[in-house]
Write a new protein. Structure first.
Lengths: 460, 215
């Protein structure tokens, strides 16, 4: 028997439903999609991230109506938007505040995933799409930052593109290809404009769609890490679930309102946010002949930038090499499979050889990349029997807290000029940051986990 | 909260439902109120965005009045200046040109400049359509679809023009013709006379186009 479509709606809706899964989609993803009823504060940031994405797209559309993507006109066109276009200043500030808001929201969203084990089976793909979104977001922010053509725009682009020249053999040619010229110039600006306005937004929209579809396929995790699909009622509805619409749609509208209060406060009263959201140096037109005395990336890139700065020759030879050796010893001592031991030893040897033969400049870039890419590995390095921090051994909280502190220290010193103290602290924090992940297969299964309830709780 | 629901409880149970029931009309009221507030908020946010479409300060500044020096213009000369991105003609008409306006009075569609679509300023609602008969000021854009007509000041038969042509302007795009006061001939694609911009004389030889406020 051919599968027959059962359409119960009538009238215009019925006509549409016989040709397009409108009611079916609304049911599957909103009115009959069951989400855990114990979502807390940390669960607002996913919907807020979508909200900020829409905000950036809409404000971006209006900015592009007046912006001129040419090295000679870009800076002036931004000032034109700020001064001459009716309400242009508001649209511009919404876009710049939105960019920083995007990263705040996304970091908090990722942190939720970290503490509640949202990346664990069967949600690995949700996490992977999320990490890809994070990478695209960083690219989007980087390309967008060149567009105002200020001093920070220009020199930030110069530095990052030159990082590609650090890659052995192909580096300089690759940097030339990216720039479209021997230095960051009009050619670079034009292609970055294309990436920022069209290429990456399209990819982002696709990835966000995939991220939500993957999530809906398995259902959301919750602060207790309890599987709500394990206990269902007679009609097949999870006992601990509530339909996304109307409960979480209304809940998220409330979250959006609170977000807009904070967003508006910054937007109208402190859009530069002390030089962190709109950097002071960027109010000076780009000058290829003069680098500003104090240069730092935008605040949301600073933790990874600190990792790059910490990777000096000394760090590689006297800190990392012993750590790599110790790590290989650990693998040998604890891992049973011979194959893993061989791979571990070989990788360790290659790495230490590389530290001695290839410039620290290259390893700095690798370290910075690794500090982001290591996030992808999370679903496979977490060996804890429980998902959520609530039921982990009590001391695990301190491990997470240490990770957060290391991340914040790296971030803070990334905004500051280099110094002895900063250098030392950042090296330590880099080891803590990577250690958190590299040692997770071991520490995550240590200690006495608490017993996980089989129904969700609201106590916390 | 419980005391207020207790007092309304009996009244509502008489209606067949309890406070907290999804069909509770109090919820409907709040949803409506919240939706209206949200709609008002959305409209308020839309206003600045739509405003960015309107002319910027730079565009408005570029549309500012233009001063023209008409000193030394020869009789029969046409001087062209730009105002708001459009050509504005100043023609120093000869006595013969002014005479021709009496002849064309019966051939033009709106001899008195009474039409409202491109309103003629009061000081130009006369046969010569200008403040001073000798100097004609008009926007050189055909009232049909926007091309700029060419000068055909020479009277007499010529290509695309009738045998009794008295002198004026011919639009190359669709063939509309105008007399030497910019009045459109009958039965032509263009419906209106050439627009006379607001203008005023600052001195005998300085013309301000775009402004006619007397201080």
């Amino acid at each position: 028997m051919a599968s027959e479509k059962i359409v119960t709606t009538t009238g215009l809706m019925g006509w549409i439903d016989r040709r397009f899964p409108l009611t079916a989609t609304v049911q599957a993803h909103l009115t009959e999609y069951y989400a855990p009823k114990n979502f807390n504060f940390w669960y607002f940031f996913g919907s807020l991230a979508i909200l900020v994405l829409m905000l950036q797209i809409v404000t971006g559309i209006f900015l592009v109506m007046h912006y001129k993507p040419s090295a000679t006109e870009a800076f002036a066109s931004v000032e034109y938007i700020m001064r001459d276009v009716p309400w242009g200043w508001l649209v511009r500030y919404m876009h710049s505040t939105g960019a920083s808001a995007f990263f705040i929201v996304v970091y908090l969203h990722m942190f939720r995933g970290l503490i509640y084990g949202s990346y664990r089976k069967p949600r690995e793909l949700v996490w992977v799409f999320g990490c890809l979104i994070f990478l695209c977001l960083m690219g989007e922010a980087f390309f967008g930052y060149l567009l105002p053509w200020g001093q920070m725009s220009y020199w930030g682009a110069q530095v990052i593109v030159n990082q590609f020249s650090a890659i052995p053999f192909i580096g300089p040619d690759l940097a030339l290809l990216i720039r479209g010229d021997f230095v960051v110039s009009d050619a670079t600006l034009n292609r970055f404009f294309s990436f920022h306005v069209i290429a990456i937004p399209l990819v982002l929209l696709g990835l966000v769609g995939a991220h939500v579809v993957a999530l809906h396929e398995v259902g959301s995790n919750n602060p207790d890490g309890v599987d709500i699909k394990a206990k269902k009622d007679a009609l097949g509805r999870p006992l601990d679930g509530i339909p996304f619409h109307p409960y979480y749609t209304v809940h998220d509208i409330m979250g959006a309102s609170v977000f807009f209060i904070a967003f508006s406060a910054v937007l109208f009263f402190a859009p530069e946010f002390g030089g962190y959201f709109l950097e002071y140096n960027n109010f000076v037109p780009a000058d290829p002949l003069k680098t500003p005395p104090h240069i730092a990336p935008v605040w949301y890139f600073t933790p990874f930038y600190s990792v790059l700065r910490a990777t000096t020759e000394d760090f590689l030879l006297y800190w990392l090499s012993p750590v790599v050796v110790a790590y290989v010893v650990l693998v040998f001592a604890t891992v049973k499979r011979g194959f893993a031991k061989i791979v571990g030893a070989a990788a360790g040897a290659v790495l230490i050889g590389g530290f001695m033969l290839i410039d620290a400049k290259f390893w700095g870039v690798v370290g910075m990349g690794a500090s982001v890419v290591i996030l992808f590995a999370l679903p496979w390095i977490d060996n804890s029997p429980v998902k959520s921090i609530r039921y982990r051994p009590s001391w695990h909280v301190y491990v997470y807290a240490l990770f957060v502190v290391a991340f914040l220290i790296l971030g803070y010193f990334g905004t500051q000029p280099p110094s002895e103290v900063a250098g030392l602290l950042c090296k330590i924090c880099t080891l803590v940051y990577f250690g958190f992940f590299a040692l997770m297969p071991w520490w995550s299964e240590m200690g006495e986990a608490k017993s996980v309830p089989d129904r969700v709780t609201f106590a916390h | 909260m419980s005391s207020s629901t207790a007092s309304t409880h009996s009244a509502e149970s008489a209606r067949g439902f309890v406070a907290g029931d999804p069909n509770d009309p109090a919820r409907r009221t709040w949803i409506t109120v919240a939706s209206c507030a949200g709609a008002a908020g959305a409209a308020a946010v839309a206003v600045p965005f739509v405003s960015t479409f309107t002319p910027s300060e730079k565009a408005k500044a570029a549309g500012a009045p233009v001063e023209v020096d008409i000193d030394g213009m020869k009789p029969g000369e046409l001087r062209r200046v730009e105002w708001r991105g459009k050509p504005v003609w100043i023609v120093r008409r000869t006595p013969e040109m002014l005479e021709s306006l009496k002849k064309t009075e019966g051939q033009v569609a709106d001899p008195g400049s009474a039409r409202k679509d491109y309103p003629t300023p009061d000081y130009a609602k006369n046969q010569y359509r200008s403040i001073k008969p000798e100097y004609f000021v008009a926007v050189g854009i055909c009232s049909h679809l926007g091309c700029s007509p060419g000068e055909k000041f020479q009277p007499g038969p010529q290509a695309s023009l009738p045998d009794d042509w008295a002198g004026g302007f011919l639009c190359p795009c669709h063939g509309s013709t105008f007399d030497l006061a910019g009045r459109v001939y009958k039965n032509k694609p263009a419906p209106d006379n050439l627009e006379v911009p607001p203008h005023m004389y600052l001195t005998e030889t300085r013309l301000l186009i775009g402004d006619d406020r007397k201080a």
